[in-house]
Write a protein that binds this ligand. Structure first.
Ligand code: 5RP
Length: 292
């Protein structure tokens, strides 16, 4: 008999094999590869994430703060849990030695000069796999002119992702004409989850945000939206987490700050350290005053 096949107590015949519930809301029935990728996006310790979103160029070109991603953004990347970007930026600017997970912007088409809801899937799943991404992201325009197409595009990306174990982040886009309130975001986030997205990005709303997170059966992360004063952005992040968000996918309120590194660390302190906005703001100011 081979040496490894000895009988004895190492078989623990009296110990039933344990199975654990997966830590992320709504994700227990997913396959191993998908859970493993989600565990790289969301910290298994607290179930939260700080995603740094720098994909804005895919429809608006060199956005303020993103003119030179190599110079201004790369120093922030080691501080983030996840980098959300386009394949163009990944291949041209981000060194392949970067080890944080990448969430890949996989939709596109119209620029800011045209109807934004007129998007298509703009990347093959094969290329996402080639790049080793942990999830894809696609815009969904509920109430937009091309609502149905954007929803169906999302379901196609979900199907492709399920084939290879790659989660889909549905990004609920907001049009100028749409009211941003809890009722709208309940509709948009729930539709994305019902149609298969493994997690959803939305905006924070002052009234009733906890009903948005409660009625969405998968994790929600919030976008930062337009640049606000730093303390206001930190309060928004704190409120969102307090009301059930599983993290942030934040761009402009970090990279357009006068201290992007200060904001990056302050947001992390809130999301992973349960720090108050005021304490996180002190941290931001300390880092800013050191010239970072
Ligand atoms: C662009 C996006 C952005 O990634 C998202 O809006 C996050 O960035 P910001 O915090 O600047 O809103 O999805 O459509």
């Amino acid at each position: 008999m081979p040496e490894a096949d000895h009988e004895g107590k190492t078989y623990y015949t009296d110990v039933p094999q344990q199975g654990k519930l997966f830590f992320l809301k709504g994700s227990n029935e997913l396959d191993w590869g998908m859970k493993n990728r989600l565990s790289r996006i969301f910290n298994p310790g607290d179930g939260r994430t700080v995603m740094l979103a720098i994909d804005h160029g895919y429809f608006q070109g060199p956005t303020s703060g993103l003119e030179r991603i190599d110079v201004s953004i790369m120093p922030l990347v080691p501080e983030a849990d996840v980098l959300m970007c386009t394949r163009g930026i990944l291949r041209t600017v981000v060194p392949p030695s970067v080890t944080i997970p990448v969430v890949m912007r996989a939709s596109g088409g119209p620029s800011i000069l045209k109807e934004l809801s007129d998007e298509e899937i703009a990347m093959a799943m094969e290329d996402c796999i080639r790049l080793g991404v942990c999830a894809t992201a696609i815009q969904v325009f509920i109430g937009g002119e091309f609502e149905s197409r954007s929803v169906v595009n999302m379901t196609r990306l979900v199907d492709a992702g399920l084939r290879y174990g790659i989660p889909t982040l549905a990004v609920t886009a907001v049009g100028k004409e749409l009211v941003r309130n809890a009722q709208y975001f309940r509709l948009a986030t729930r539709m994305c989850a019902e149609l298969g997205a493994q997690y959803v990005k939305t905006y924070y709303v002052e009234e009733g945000f906890e009903t948005v997170t409660a009625s969405c059966p998968v994790p929600i992360v919030i976008a930062g939206g337009k640049k606000q004063p730093e303390l206001d952005a930190l309060k928004m992040a704190w409120n969102a987490i307090d009301q059930g968000a599983a993290g942030v996918d934040m761009g402009r309120n970090i990279f357009q700050s006068d201290s992007p590194m200060g904001m990056m660390k302050a947001i992390k302190a809130i999301v992973h350290g349960n720090e108050t906005p005021e304490k996180a703001y002190d941290l931001y100011q300390t880092i800013k005053n050191k010239g970072n």
